[in-house]
Design a binder for this molecule. Structure first.
Ligand code: CMP
Length: 145
């Protein structure tokens, strides 16, 4: 199924100079880059984005980490882009992420795991709307797609 997924290169990924390395993993897999920007996650956006973790002990650290500096937002499109995106990033805990995945190859701890990828069609739609401010279905329309 043709899908769009939101990828965020987290602040530690941008700070470590890994943006190109991370985005290239999705491109090399065959997903198509349809939107890209450098920006920041505001504390308000972070609390919504991670709302399902609000009761976790690491929640304050999570908000601090994602708002700590510039991030790169990207939307990739392709067959099963959401499941493929999750496969490419690897498990949340880098100790469990397999070699060959982004986290398995490049990250050391759960909080600083470099990259976010949407985990389902509804969250993908909401996250693209949240960070790009447009309905995902309209991305690329201006190029006459
Ligand atoms: P992500 O899967 O993108 O979204 C939820 C984030 O919560 C996850 O990445 C980690 O950054 C963070 N997280 C999940 N579990 C833990 C944990 N046990 N300790 C610290 N951070 C965590």
């Amino acid at each position: 199924m043709e899908e769009r997924t939101l990828i965020i290169v987290k602040p530690e990924g941008v700070a470590r100079g890994l943006t190109g390395e991370i985005l290239s993993r999705f491109e090399r897999k065959g997903l198509k880059l349809v939107a890209l920007k450098l920006g920041r996650v505001t504390p308000e956006q972070a609390r919504v984005h991670y709302g399902h973790h609000a009761d976790k002990p690491f929640f304050p650290d999570l908000i601090a980490a994602i708002t700590a500096g510039p991030v790169v937002f990207a939307v990739f499109e392709g067959e099963n882009a959401i499941r493929l995106g999750r496969l490419l990033i690897g498990a949340t805990n880098p100790l469990e992420a397999l070699p060959g995945t982004i986290r398995g190859d490049l990250a050391l701890d759960s909080l600083h795991n470099l990259v976010h990828a949407s985990d389902g069609p509804e969250t993908a739609r909401a996250e693209i709307q949240r960070f790009f401010g447009v309905d995902p279905g309209l991305l690329g329309e201006e190029e006459g797609k």
